[in-house]
Ligand binder design. Structure first.
Ligand code: HEM
Length: 399
């Protein structure tokens, strides 16, 4: 097998190919996407922190100057939303946008949310146990982070069912070489999501609540620190990033435990291992397999020259299995302590929600370990089509 992000076999098990890349071709050009694949932990970690690379180049160059075509006009609604969020901009705009919301996501602030997260997780798991199990992804993994982030932002309960489909459709554009149909679906979702949030923000400005959208709407009102477009971009990013990966860590994580029954038993026998187990599950089957960066100035990586205007694809899934950094990297070890995995990224775009994600995962895994100590798999799950955002379609379990 070789690197082929469109092949279901590769998506199901990319790790042997990664091992070969790390050994034979740690930095190499990949024709089908026109990107430089970077496979080693040291290189991925360094490049994420290197300011000669960016999530975008539009703050320093035009598409034409970077030898890229203009975005097709029909994609305008999509890019307006995405490029107004902090993830797709660089300083100084990034600094300003991140600062506006970072206070709500500090470890201290989110620790105060723990009782609420624990209550929501407990209720979901109780109902799940009462039904004797079912699809763990749809019934526990998704509703927990969606409810938490929707409550933080102040999305009314009646509208929350809209968030998952909008997010999934928007994320379709992040996969490699998305089909024209996927592009249209993403554009439509971005437009609908944006219209919805404009309406919600206006309502909150008139009648503020104790939530982030109200807080941002008031900032936007004050003048030049936040435009309406940035407000919408920020909320879309928080709502999407605030649940997508957490859902997949939960699904992939339980599937990893079922595939490693001795480690599952070890964790069941000692719930004190939960904090290291969660980090290990994020490392062992990484939910976000790749992130891209634009090369803003010529660089050299592992002796390979990469010119300005190139795009690098940082293989997080590979970095997390690098034997230079992790002892016995292919082994799932729920007690692993020396675990500098890269699943939350690094550098200025380091995951803003990492402390919140850790609380959500601890509470949902904890509740399931306590209340469903004999939970078992019903059928072998199948992987969804995504490679960059990689997760299971469903995870059917019995209690
Ligand atoms: C286990 C779950 C999660 C994983 C694995 C994850 C992973 C990541 C990664 C890898 C990045 C950096 C992307 C890059 O450098 O290109 C990122 C950024 C981000 N994440 Fe998360 N994330 C998770 C949960 C969350 C949650 C719960 C939130 C809630 C607010 C969140 C909000 C964000 C935001 C806003 C950014 C952009 C930060 C910036 O550009 O400065 N994430 N996340």
């Amino acid at each position: 097998m070789h690197f082929d992000p469109w092949s279901p076999e590769f998506v199901a098990h990319p790790y042997d190919v990664y091992a070969e890349l790390r050994r034979e071709r740690p930095v190499g050009f990949y024709e089908p996407t026109g990107q430089w694949l970077v496979a080693r932990h040291a290189d991925v970690n360094t490049l994420l922190r290197d300011r000669r690379l960016g999530r975008s180049y539009l703050h320093v160059a035009t598409h034409a100057e970077f030898g890229r075509p203009d975005d097709p006009e029909f994609q305008d609604p999509f890019w307006r939303v995405v490029r107004a969020g902090m993830l797709d901009v660089e300083p100084p705009v990034h600094t300003r946008l991140r600062r506006l919301v970072s206070k709500a996501f500090t470890p201290r602030m989110v620790e105060a949310l723990r009782p609420k997260v624990a209550r929501i997780a407990g209720e979901l798991v109780d109902a799940f146990v009462e039904r004797g199990g079912g699809n763990l992804i749809a019934e526990v993994a998704e509703p927990l982070p969606v409810t938490v982030i929707a409550e933080m932002l102040g999305v009314p309960e009646a509208d929350r069912h809209l968030l998952r489909p909008w997010s999934a459709d928007i994320c379709g554009m992040y996969e490699l070489n998305p089909s024209v149909e996927a592009q249209h679906t993403a554009v439509r979702a971005a437009q609908e999501f944006s219209d919805y949030l404009v309406g919600l923000a206006r309502a909150r400005r008139a009648d503020p609540g104790d939530d982030l959208i109200s807080a941002l709407a008031l900032v936007a009102d004050e003048g030049d620190t936040l435009s309406e477009e940035e407000l919408v971009g920020t909320c879309v990013l928080l709502l999407n990033a605030g649940h997508e990966a957490t859902v997949n860590v939960t699904g992939n994580g339980w599937w990893s435990l079922f595939r490693n029954p001795a480690e599952l038993e070890r964790l069941r026998a000692d719930h004190g291992l939960l904090p290291t187990a969660i980090e290990e599950l994020m490392r062992w089957d990484t939910p976000l397999q790749m992130f891209e960066r634009w090369v803003l100035e010529d660089i050299s990586v592992g002796g390979v020259d990469i010119p300005r205007g190139s795009e690098v694809a940082l293989l997080f899934g590979s970095a997390n299995r690098d034997p230079e950094v992790f002892a016995d990297p292919d082994r799932l070890d729920v007690g692993r302590t020396d675990n500098p995995h890269i699943s939350f990224g690094a550098g200025i775009h380091f995951c803003l929600g990492a402390p919140l994600a850790r609380i959500e995962l601890a509470e949902s895994f904890g509740a399931l370990l306590r209340r469903a100590p004999k939970m078992e798999l019903v059928t072998e799950p199948s992987w969804g089509p995504g490679y960059i955002i990689r997760g299971l379609r469903a995870l059917e379990v019995r209690i």
